[in-house]
Write a protein that binds this ligand. Sequence first.
Ligand SMILES: Nc1ncnc2c1ncn2[C@@H]1O[C@H](COP(=O)(O)OP(=O)(O)OP(=O)(O)O)[C@@H](O)[C@H]1O
Ligand SMILES: [Mg+2]
Length: 801
Amino acid sequence: MFAREKVELKRVPMMPVRDMVIFPQMMTPFIVGREASVRALEEALAGDKKIFLATQHDASVDDPKPKEIYQVGTLANVVQSVKLPDGNIKVLVEGVERAKIVQLSNEEGFFRATVRLLPVRVEATPQVEQLVARVSGLFDQYAKLSQSLNYDTMVAAVRTEDPARLSDMIAANLPLPVEDKQELLEIFDPLERLARLAEILDFEIEKLNVDRTINTRVKRQMERAQKEYYLNEKLKAIQKELGRGEKSEFDELKRRIEASGMPAEVREKAMQELKRLEMMPPMSAESTVSRNYLDWLLAVPWKKRSREIRDITVAERILEEDHYGLEKIKERILEYLAVRQLVRNPKGSILCFLGPPGVGKTSLAMSIGRATGRKFVRVSLGGVRDEAEVRGHRRTYIGALPGQIIQMMKKAGTVNPVFVLDEVDKMSMDFRGDPSAALMEVLDPELNHCFVDHYLDVEYDLSRVMFICTANVLHTIPQPLQDRMEILRLAGYTDQEKLEIAKRFLVRKQREAAGLSERNILFTDEAILHIVRHYTREAGVRNLEREIGSICRKVARRVVKDGKELVVEVGPDGVAEFLGVMKYRDVWAEKKNEVGLATGLAWTEVGGQVLGTEATLMPGKGRLTLTGKLGDVMQESAQAAMSYVRSRAAHFGLPNDFYRHLDIHVHVPEGAIPKDGPSAGITIATAIVSALTRVPARCDVAMTGEITLRGKVLPIGGVKEKLLAAHRMGLRQVILPKDNEKDLAEIPPEIQAAVAIKFVETMDEVLSLALEQPLPAASVPVVEVSPKFEPVVEKDQGLTN
Ligand SMILES: Nc1ncnc2c1ncn2[C@@H]1O[C@H](COP(=O)(O)OP(=O)(O)OP(=O)(O)O)[C@@H](O)[C@H]1O
Ligand SMILES: [Mg+2]
């Protein structure tokens, strides 16, 4: 444009301007009113139309002194001037060049200024170009963000590569305070000006960005709040329309919390949660979670309790009504109930019914509920392996729920139900935690008044609940849990007892379930015994009940076909007709005596069992193999039996090193049923001795007992179940350890009459009773086996399995 080579002085009329800074290169319109200014303008118009414009410090001053005017201003051309009707003049000026006042005089009634014009020279170096590009870019960005500038016109206006021009154009167009603009005007060096502009633009862009995010956020929030408000109002209107009244659900919740009878801390927590809920938007996921939680807090019983029946004779009658036999157990239950009545806050023991399936454990527990007038709830712990199933998940998990204990309390609806924990022996533990630990807290009378469910997260008092556990076996229940329970054993039933139970309960139950009247069907005693002996083989009565049920249904079908008057009398033949061929016909006693096969009695999950135990010999190197799913204790007891046999080899007429050339395999059939315990010791020893000496063992003699290395016989558990099983299988002789003689008291007389029981103290006695013939005289070699083997060269490994 113009490039001044040297400094120049110029004397021109001067006009102070208020509130604005005129930049070179700018066309600016403004109104001139002050008399002095009008004079200066006239003077300029009369001359070369040049006028100097400088901003006054304070815009409100009408008659500024020279020192109240900025020293740097702009020399401008007056392009146009129009006289307005009100006497003011509208002018359009075009800035030409910045200049600095050297001297200012006011003699002619207006200012006349002597100004210094400075040389301007800019070389187009790469740095300059870079700076120009940067500032253009920044301005572009700024114009885009800014709402007050018209982007298109602005960007078009500043499209220039001349740094001086560019900087002045931008400075003139930026909405900056007068002081800042003046500062820019006072920078004579265009590059310096550009650099300063870049700073300013950076800062302004940042400001706009922040503004923008805040604005959008505010806007969004306002929109959401408005929407919620609108929806809420609408909801209220709808509810009003539906006649639900003005009363909000929160008031209702509050009322329920107050009426629930929660302890103070829980109520406080519930109220807090309610407050939180009120603040939440009603349809949000968060509020659903909070709502559910409150519902759970309100759903579990806090004070409602069943009126207990305290009359012991009523309890006695009910127990008698529901179950046959079980005298001892019933007595014990009545004692237990009596104590709970006498003691005000009974921290009593927890009952655990232990026994094989189908002997009435669960149904006894139900009877107790009935006998005490309490509600009855039941959880099955079989297969529970996760602590959370007992104690719940924390509320932070999606879909979290309370554990079984709290869920069942909700179901019971009272604080004092009879709570049956079925199958405590079938719980397992893994990485998800140990449910038995949680259960311990439930069952320990010292701890269960402040049981904490992870979901509810408040203390819940379980001390008024009457817990009853049931289990089939004891050894899988963790010891600490066992310590907290009082174990009541229910053994199996004898055939006679089963007959009575069937006559009194099962037939009626199944008849009614099938919709038959008393006249339609009648079972003879022989028929029931026939079912017991030939269609079921169990300690309890579950299968018996099932078979009776299946006969009832078949009769029901006939009744439907032949009319209601049909009368069916079911005898043993009828049973065969309805149920098909006998399921269990072979009775143990009908078997033949065999070498290496001894008859043992075991006590498994399903009650007593008769187990044939086989031993067989093979050429080998002295290995002992055990199969049939034997537990650790049982395996050890087999090893002990083997060691006993080895130590007594001479006595059995065996060479001392007989085992070096043999492998012995012991198998206990029904391989699928897990077996454990030491009580098979004497049976395994008998089978091994029989196999080694080739003397057959008697198949009609059953035995049970633990063996020591010296051949002593130690007592075992489960005598009653084992005798019942022996009897069930038709075995007429049983060998028991001498120390179990005391158990005879609880054996039903009919069993004692039918089974000859021999008590023994040593293995020798066992062998003399269980083997078909006395053992061959000592020193007779084992002819059939040992001579055939080569001597074993390698070192003796001992017997291992
Ligand atoms: N002494 C009895 N008098 C009358 N009914 C009986 C008797 N014993 C068992 N029952 C009946 O036998 C059925 C099975 O009993 P229940 O379900 O209580 O067995 P359980 O011992 O709990 O078995 P599990 O260990 O398999 O759970 C029930 O219908 C029950 O009423
Ligand atoms: Mg049960």
